[in-house]
Write a protein that binds this ligand. Structure first.
Ligand code: DGJ
Length: 694
């Protein structure tokens, strides 16, 4: 019997696989980083025989398949007209260095080969799988796991997301059960629940977290295996018969980004670092994220060039740096019944095209951005009248509309070419620096994987032809936020719900997966359009500060006081954005309803503290900051608060000092006892600077 160990290390975690003879490498370890000289016992040595089992009982490996004694979750369900559905792979080749590993498997009987790749980036493990049909008949794939990961038996809670339009990324915390868990998205795009992703907590508080970098149908399962662990899998969801692999063809899965971490915050930080490492910034460098204004809630479809120029003037005087012209600008687009597909300016609204407005915006020192929804078409459009066959259609079936629109078949070269030409023409004719790329419906009939690959290809082609353009991804708010499309975009629109109290948890949950500089966070109107609730301007601004700050309203509707407040917060955002959009993010709660977010490192933190509901304690809860350095003393300075001077509660002396000259406290005290907080009314926030006091 031959034995070989495969080991790769992340910054604070390790994975170890065991190769026995030519078998598929067995999962032996995924957890905290081990010393380099640790030698695990072989699985065979520590596994007793079990009654009513195969004599050579298969154990969890990196690509488990059914048919020869593994009865747990398979990584592959595939067949050739019902044949070759039981597979048994062996290892052909392995390549391994300190951080990355690739394993080539082969099943000569079923005529299949598989390449599994694992690579650490920081503390995030990227895993992906490619399957090649080595036979001479097509292979139908029903399921292929992008990764099969082990979870120990002491995992007790699982946090994952659900959501809908105006209510994205709702976090659910559920007990892990041996009944298992299956989550499947069949909407044809990522959806408002976010990507397939979860955070799994152990009894000791450590975290296993993973997300699938994919913008389409997806499946995530956790299955108990009575060998004493859970099996966690991620992959695309296919419709029956969707994936038919021709002889010699290869199917590659999306990546899974996975991390083992000592806390929820370090898991999120590993995700942020992995996504940041692949962010496609023009010139490979993120510019300070410009203050953004978007025309949607200010004008909806009611565009008028002169009014929009005046809007631009008002925005510029507030310090806005990018103006995005949302839906309503193109031919025949007077409501949501018509126009999608006809990407030329509406001649009544913009008689001389978009250039005069774009030039006006640019002359004011702002960038001009434009909304498009390339993958969609209205039946009432020139495009549809010319090419009804371009809409997704199942033969002899109706085409259900949603928001009165149909979906274009992105698998067709002629569709993508026409869309590329339309976008390219716009980008060549008008000084556009930014596209807001929307997608306002689920897919019915299904478009499947080809639809997503077609959309990716179109975005990539636009970016290749116009490398200085930035792209914001939107799908009725946050319906397409995932690490797959994050490799080809620069911002996500988080939600159409601008209610600060809805946004607070929603944004916090998005930040579990995606770094803050990619999360569009706007100050909306009061009352807010989505919920009719009213909130102060300062509170709305404080909530928007936690992402890429922007405005979703017409400043003309503001009184002088609100305009001054907004302009102050814009100035604050500009001062702080470098600190907000780099370094680590921590999130937490303090007692009695306080939530907080900190950006930076143990030397210097920017701390955002929010109170949504009224206090119930006489003495406000302290806020512990465990990321600080216990050996240092810190100076706490007040940068801004939303508390109005007229109705603010009386404060302890400590807080009066923080406000006027700063106060210092020991790191150890802040870590374990906490920062004493001021008394705050509901819907208020604080922005503090906490830095080593030298
Ligand atoms: C949905 C988006 O979420 C909104 O911000 C806006 O762009 C509309 N679509 C326009 O139709």
């Amino acid at each position: 019997m031959t034995h070989r160990w495969l080991r790769i290390d992340g910054s604070s975690s390790t994975i170890i696989l065991e190769c026995v003879n030519k078998g598929v490498p067995l999962w032996r370890y995924w957890g905290p980083k081990l010393r380099a000289d640790v030698k695990p016992p072989s699985l065979g040595q520590v596994t007793p025989p079990a009654s009513f089992s195969l004599d050579a009982r298969p154990q969890l490996n990196v690509f488990p398949t059914n048919g020869f004694g593994w009865f747990g979750a398979p990584a592959l369900r595939a067949h050739r007209d019902g044949a070759d559905s039981a597979q048994l792979f062996s290892t052909e080749d392995v390549r391994c260095d300190e951080r990355s590993l690739s394993i080539i498997l082969c099943d000569r009987v079923a005529a299949l080969s598989v390449t599994l790749s694992f690579a650490f980036e920081g503390n995030a493990l990227r895993a992906t799988t490619a399957l090649t049909n080595e036979g001479d008949r097509p292979l139908s794939i029903d399921w292929i796991a992008a990764a099969t990961l082990p979870l120990p038996a002491n995992t007790i809670h699982r946090q994952a997301f659900t959501g809908r339009h105006n209510g994205e990324f709702v976090l659910h915390n559920e007990r892990m059960t041996q009944a298992g868990w299956h989550q499947e998205n069949r909407r044809g795009l990522t959806g408002h629940s976010g990507p397939a992703a979860a955070f799994v907590e152990t009894t000791t508080g450590t975290i296993y977290a993973a997300q699938l970098a994919w913008s389409g149908n997806a499946i995530q399962t956790i299955e108990w295996n009575d060998e004493g662990h859970f099996v966690w899998q991620f992959g695309e969801g296919f419709t029956p018969g969707e994936i038919m692999l021709s002889p010699g063809e290869t199917h590659s899965t999306p990546d899974v980004i996975a991390t083992y971490a000592f806390s929820m915050n370090s898991a999120a930080q590993a995700f942020h670092a992995a996504i940041r490492a692949r962010s496609p910034w023009p010139d490979s460098r993120m510019r300070p994220r410009p203050v953004h204004i978007n025309s949607w809630e200010a004008f909806y479809f009611d565009h008028d060039e002169a009014r929009l120029m005046a809007f631009a003037d008002r925005a510029a005087s507030l310090g806005v740096e990018r103006l995005v012209l949302d839906d309503g600008w193109f031919k025949g687009r007077h409501n949501d019944m018509s126009g999608l597909g006809d990407w030329t300016p509406d001649p009544d609204k913009y008689p001389n095209g978009l250039k005069p407005l774009a030039d006006h915006v640019t002359a004011l020192g702002m960038e001009f951005g434009l909304w498009v929804e390339p993958e969609m078409v209205n039946e009432d459009s020139d495009l549809f009248r010319a090419h009804p066959e371009w809409a997704l259609q199942a033969a002899d079936r109706s085409r259900p509309t949603a928001r009165n629109q149909l979906v274009l078949n992105m698998a067709r070269d002629d569709v993508r070419d026409a869309l590329f030409k339309a976008i390219d023409d716009l980008l060549n004719a008008v000084p556009i620096r930014y596209l807001k790329w929307d997608h306002n419906r689920d897919l019915a009939p299904p478009g499947g994987r080809a639809q997503i690959l077609g959309a990716y290809a179109l975005i990539d082609r636009v970016r290749a032809a116009h490398p200085h353009i930035e792209i914001e991804i939107c799908a009725g708010g946050g319906g397409r936020i995932d690490a797959g499309i994050a490799e080809r975009c620069h911002r996500f629109w988080a939600s159409d719900n601008l209610d600060a109290n809805v946004r607070l948890p929603l944004q916090r949950n998005i930040l579990r997966l995606i770094p803050p500089e990619l999360m569009g966070a706007h100050v909306g109107t009061s009352p807010t359009h989505a919920t009719s609730r009213m909130q102060s301007m300062a509170y709305r601004c404080a909530v928007a500060l936690s992402g890429h700050f922007g405005i979703e309203m017409d400043p003309a509707t503001l009184d002088d006081n609100d305009r001054a407040v907004l302009s102050d917060w814009i100035a604050l955002y500009k001062d702080l954005r470098d600190r907000l959009h780099q370094g680590n993010v921590w999130q937490g709660t303090a007692n009695d309803g306080i939530v907080w977010q900190a950006h930076g490192d143990a030397q210097r933190l920017l701390l955002l503290v929010y109170r949504e509901a009224p206090e119930t304690w006489r003495t406000p809860s302290a806020l512990t900051l465990s990321m600080l350095d216990a050996t240092k003393r810190y100076l706490i300075r007040h940068l801004k608060s939303t508390v109005s001077t007229t109705h603010s509660p009386a404060q302890a002396d400590f807080w009066c000092d923080v406000q006027h000259k700063g106060q210092s406290l020991d790191g150890e005290w802040l870590m374990h006892i906490g920062l004493p907080l001021p008394s705050m009314n509901a819907e208020n926030a604080l922005v503090l600077d906490i830095a080593i006091d030298c």
